[in-house]
Each structure stands twice: as C-alpha cells, then as structure tokens.
Design a binder for this molecule. Structure first.
Ligand SMILES: Cc1ncc(COP(=O)(O)O)c(C=O)c1O
Length: 431
C-alpha cells in the first residue's frame, strides 16, 4: 500500500471548511468569492509537480506507533536491527547508525586517525556537508575539478588536484545523483590507499559500481536518510564498513565517546557506570528513526524499480528536444536514480535559470545539484582551491538542472514535465 505523507497543497486549492450547502454547527464566514466577468477566461492553475515528496509507508507508521508504545524511544533494539539489515543489504560486515550523513562522514574521517590538518580531496560539485565534516574532523578539504560530462572528478582532475597541493592523505568520493563512479581508480589517481577512502553515498544507496554495491567498496561508506533521499526517514545516516575496529571507534564516538553500550544502562541488569575514553559527538540514531528505516528498507527495491521506470520514461519523453542532454547511464553497474539531472545546453535557446522560472510557471518544480563549493564564501576561504580555478565545475554549474524525481511520481506527472520542457524549448527558440 502506497501512501504519501505531507503532499504539498496545490496552489489555488484552498481547504474548504464545509461542503457547499452543508450545515455546520459552528458557522464560519468565508471571504467573498470573486466571480470573473463572463468575457474573462478564469486562470486554471496547473497541477503542481513537486521536486520531491517524502513517502513514509504504512508499515513504517505502524512500526513508529509500536516504538512509541514500547516505553523506549531513543537508541535501542530497533537501531541494532536496522544496522545489521542495512549492512547486509549493501554487503558490508558492520553498520553504525547515526544522526545524518554529515555526522557519518565526520565520524568515519575521525576514525581513520589521520594527523590533524591532513589534506582530504573531494569534489567541488557536491553538497557542502562533506566539506564541513572534513573541517570538523580537523582536516583541510582540497577541492577537485570535475569532468564536465559526468559532473564528478575524473582520474585526471583528481591527480591534478593532488599534485597541485603536494599530495593528499585521504579521499571522499561522491556518487553524484546515484551514478556510479570508479572508487578504486580515483583512489589510485589520487595516490591514496583504499583504506583512506570514505564514500559519501548520500545519493547512492542502490548504486552498484561494476559488480560491487556501494557500501562494500572503500574503508567506510556514509549513507543519508534525509527527507529527500531514496530511503527517507526524515533525518538519519549510516556508516558501513568491513573493519571491526573502525566500526567500534565510530560506534563509541557517535554517543559522546561513552562506552559503547551506554544505552543498556537503563535496561534490566544494566550497570550505571560508563567511561568516556574518546572525544565524541552526540550523533546517535533513535529507535523511532530506525523503525521507519527498517520498514522503508523492506520496500526499497520496489521504490527503486519505480525510480528506474521514471528515469526511463523521462529518457523517452525528452529525446529529440534540442539542447537538452539527458543524464548518463552507466556502462557497467547500476544507477540509483536518486536524482534525474539534465543539462541545458546553449542550443536549448533559454538559459538554465530562465528555464527554472518557466517550468515553475507551468507547475514544475526543479532544483540544482549543486552550487560548487568554491562558489560558497566559507568553503572558498577554508578549502584548498587551485590557483587556476575549477573550470570544469564552473561550466557544469550553469547547465545542470534536476527534474522532479521520487518513487510516487506518476506517469502523467513525468509527461507534464516533459511537455513543459518541450514547450519552453519552442518558446526559447531552440536551435
Ligand atoms: C551528496 C550529499 N552528501 C551529503 C549530504 C548530507 O546528508 P545529511 O543531510 O544526511 O547530513 C547530502 C544531503 O543532501 C548530499 O546530497
């Protein structure tokens, strides 16, 4: 059973307190209705296709109710179960549930025990959370340029960025939009051992690189369960790893650095004493979140199937629109279709920013992933950016546009988006 939580209200559709003609015990005064004169065609607001919707399935709602009823709502048995189920799903030995992907990246980097001030290479075209995590772990982000085709670093851009700063100590790899990138080849090009690679897999639950699922490739992989993600809890994250010692360090650091089984203190037989042996964060996941995550994971493959079908329908509906480049498909492995991101080329006849407004006027909401980090003031000042700039990222940024994508998008909505893009191309005088 598919249910949609918090579907945004459609503009032009106001909630009516009563049916016309119905009687109410508590009469309300409605504002006078403006009736258009007969010669004016009333404006019909288009159906709004939101950029993304968070769907929490019925099983998850029941699971939350059970947790709330149980008398224990923070980290407990649900978290333990979710950790082992998600780790098994991606083929890793350990899962450590945390409060966000950003916290997961920080904790994973801290657990690598690199010297303070180490240089950590990452893409400039990604969400700022990873760069903040590197800083908060006590290190320095080094921004790599991207290949304008994939919008992700290539072996060449990674090698150039590493050489440009005299070598790097670690690497954060992102699978942007869910498109697989070759983690091992990038590590090689950066001169970094796979043991010093952390994956930012916020878009990549379900991504497969070659024949390896993301979550089982590098030393530590960090997932997000933020409201817009393909496995949505609302907030939450997870680190997966095959390294038991790394897992232990992350597990301890996520809850103030308290001895690992701190939550058991409240269970029958639990002792009240604990130790704090490391500098930790407050970044644990609650049982309420984990219960949602477990139920969402059980229907994840079905949802991913719908995302793939949406991507295929977009591919077909957008073919032949001049100047609109559809997303790359991996030659090997699997795209998770967290996002469906097109490129608005000059031949489209209308710039990306103008197109965003034109689509909005047709009820189609879009987004941009991402504003390059070297365009953001704080990161420009706190990351290592090559003197020659990051021209590949600058070029990509002006053209990328993410279309509506979620597992409840209907065929009719996809068709509405495609029609709006075709119509805007005609208006823009696509060449
Ligand atoms: C690529 C990427 N990395 C990291 C994050 C941060 O995830 P979280 O909100 O769970 O910290 C996001 C969130 O949007 C993201 O898109």
């Amino acid at each position: 059973m598919v249910e949609i939580a918090s579907r945004p209200a459609r503009p032009g559709h106001l909630a009516r307190p009563t049916r016309p003609g119905a009687l109410s015990a508590d009469p309300v005064t409605l504002p006078p209705v403006a009736v258009p004169p007969p010669h004016v065609t009333p404006h019909v607001a288009p159906h709004v296709v939101p950029f993304t919707r968070t769907r929490i399935c019925a099983e998850a709602r029941q699971a939350v109710a059970d947790v709330l009823e149980s008398g224990w709502v923070t980290s407990g048995q649900q978290v333990i179960e979710f950790e082992s189920e998600l780790a098994a799903y991606v083929g890793a030995d350990h899962g450590i549930a945390v409060s966000s992907c950003t916290a997961a990246i920080e904790l994973a980097l801290r657990a690598l025990e690199l010297p303070a001030g180490s240089k950590v290479l990452m893409s400039t075209v990604t969400f700022c959370g990873a760069a903040a995590a590197i800083r908060h772990a006590g290190h320095v982000p080094v921004l790599a340029d991207v290949d304008p085709v994939t919008a992700m670093p290539s072996c060449d851009t990674v090698a150039a960025a590493a050489a440009g700063c005299g070598g790097v100590d670690a690497l954060v790899v992102v699978h942007l939009t869910g498109l697989p990138t070759d983690v091992r080849a990038l590590a090689d090009a950066a001169g970094v051992d796979l043991a010093h690679v952390v994956e930012d897999a916020a878009h990549a639950l379900g991504t497969v690189v070659g024949d390896e699922p993301v979550g089982s490739i590098s030393r530590a992989t960090c997932f997000s369960f933020y409201a817009t993600k393909n496995l949505a809890i609302g907030e939450g994250g997870m680190v997966t790893t095959d390294d038991p010692e790394l897992a232990g360090r992350i597990r301890q650091a996520r809850l103030h650095g308290m001895s690992a089984d701190a939550w058991r203190r409240y269970l029958p037989g639990g002792g009240w004493r604990y130790d704090v042996a490391v500098d930790g964060l407050k970044a644990n996941m609650t049982d309420v979140q984990a219960a949602i995550g477990r139920a969402q994971l059980r229907r994840f493959d079905v949802d991913q199937g719908r995302r793939a079908a949406v991507a295929a329908r977009y591919d077909e509906g957008l073919s032949g629109i001049p100047g609109l480049r559809r997303p790359l498909r991996p030659l090997a492995g699997r795209h998770a279709w967290h996002l469906y991101t097109v490129r608005v080329e000059p031949a489209y006849g209308m710039g990306r920013d103008e197109l965003i407004d034109a689509l909005r006027a047709r009820g189609v909401m879009t987004s941009v992933h991402f504003i390059p980090l070297h365009h953001l003031t704080w990161f420009r000042d706190h990351c290592i950016v090559p003197a020659e700039g990051l021209p590949g990222a600058d070029r990509v940024f002006d053209r990328i546009l993410s279309l509506p994508m979620d597992a409840v998008l209907t065929d009719a909505e996809v068709d509405q988006v495609c029609a709006a893009l075709a119509e805007s191309a005609r208006r823009g005088g696509a060449r």
